[in-house]
Design a protein. Structure first.
Length: 420
């Protein structure tokens, strides 16, 4: 992992000329200073009253523009070289985003456009609510998790730094997305697990289980992405990336996303299974690895059912607008599944789920083999006592204490030398 980071570490994202499309635009922060209601006809002099079918979306929108009431918003630019400059924007009554006075917005800047049209509102400034939500999350994690919660937040910050300064720039510079994803995911996993759970055999078993599962996910993802002929270029964002950087392997980028996306859930499964086996050993140190495996896998079956369902629902929720479009079109299930947009999500879900299912027996077996070798040492074994019943008349001094302490000490043996 260290060698991979050194060899693949980029020198920052490569520079390019902005296209002015999508996210690839110059943006500034701005404020809506004034909003007045005006007749749509007065601000759309070139528009004509529609005479066609108003039952369609286009006809209905044209009707509202001709007869409805629009908003004329004055926006002040707050950042950049044109700070203080104002411009106006007309908000149609059927637009999903309506502007209000005092609202903070994001505006796009196009230097090649006429001066009056250089700025336009593209989004709402959500920094304040997002920051408040992040602070609530951080406080909740620290209050409940205490020191481990703090370590989890530190690990989360490091993960974002690795994604931002290694994974994304390395892919943009032309490195193989699969190799970058494997190296980056390994670094994130090692830092997060050891930072949150400590440097121990228990954590190392979880690391091994996660690595083996990631390898399986990588192999399956590579096979089925190639077999299903998935290009990874299915929407405006991926199309823009391919247009700006044609050398990027988009199918490899899809596989990299599957690996990184599966990592977070894998960590949860492997750590939980390892902890379960360790606790079973603590409860019964004399249990062999087969018994530990059987008991651990029974816990794992419940975990598999809940985690797989969670993963499928998470992907379905992310693709819900797309699924609604297919439902409106009354497409058959086979036709929907065959389209690349949905097939990509199906492959992503099933490959990740197979890796999660496989991680349970793999991690449980590794944990059982490691912890079963941790037997009570001879020095902690109960001392031999005479056959005389403890506490009976004539019993040697201290026999009662030894007889009482022996079983308790045997039950509490954890394979470590006790301090004398």
């Amino acid at each position: 992992m260290v060698v991979g980071l050194v060899v693949l570490w980029p020198n920052g994202a490569p520079a390019h000329e902005r296209t002015g499309v999508g996210f690839d635009r110059q943006t500034q922060q701005a404020t809506v200073t004034k909003v007045v209601s005006v007749s749509c006809a007065s601000v759309n002099a070139s528009s004509e009253t529609p005479t066609g079918d108003t039952s369609t979306a286009e006809g209905s929108s044209a009707q509202q523009q001709a007869n409805g009431t629009c908003k004329k918003a004055t926006i002040r630019v707050d950042t950049g070289k044109d700070k203080g400059r104002t411009f106006t924007e007309i908000v149609q009554p059927d637009q999903s985003r309506q502007l209000d006075q005092g609202e903070k917005v994001v505006v796009a800047y196009e230097p090649s456009a006429p001066k009056d049209l250089q700025y336009s509102v593209t989004d709402v400034n959500r920094r304040v609510p997002m920051t408040v939500l992040a602070l609530i999350f951080a406080v909740a994690v620290v209050v409940v998790g205490r020191l481990r919660g703090v370590m989890a937040l530190v690990a989360l910050a490091i993960s974002f730094l690795l994604l931002n300064f290694f994974v994304l720039p390395a892919i943009l510079q032309g490195s193989n997305p699969l190799v970058v994803a494997v190296v980056g995911a390994s670094a994130i996993m090692l830092i997060a697990l050891y930072l949150c759970h400590g440097l121990s055999a228990r954590t190392s078993v979880a690391v091994l289980g996660t690595l083996i599962s990631l390898v399986l996910i990588g192999i399956l993802g590579s096979v089925f992405i190639d077999w299903a002929a998935l290009t990874g270029n299915t929407d405006d964002s991926t199309g823009l990336i391919h247009g700006l950087y044609p050398a990027i392997d988009m199918s490899g980028l899809l596989l990299a996303g599957i690996i990184i996306g599966s990592l977070g859930v894998l960590d949860d499964v492997t750590v939980t299974q390892t902890s379960a086996v360790w606790e079973l050993h603590e409860a019964n140190p004399s249990m062999g690895w087969r018994g530990l495996y059987r008991a651990g896998i029974r816990i794992g079956r419940d975990h598999i059912a809940s985690v797989v369902n969670t993963l499928v629902l998470a992907y379905a929720g992310a693709a819900l607008p797309l699924l609604l479009l297919f439902s409106i079109a009354q497409s058959s299930v086979g036709g929907v599944a065959n389209s690349e947009l949905v097939a990509e999500e199906i492959v992503r879900t099933l490959v990740g789920s197979i890796g999660l299912v496989a991680s349970v027996p793999v991690t449980t077996a590794l944990a059982a083999l490691v912890v079963a070798a941790d037997r009570p040492s001879r020095e902690t074994a109960p001392a031999a006592v005479p056959e005389t019943t403890p506490g009976a008349p004539g019993a040697p001094a201290g026999a009662a204490a030894a007889g009482a302490a022996g079983p308790a000490q045997a039950r509490g043996g954890r394979g470590r030398r006790r301090k004398r």
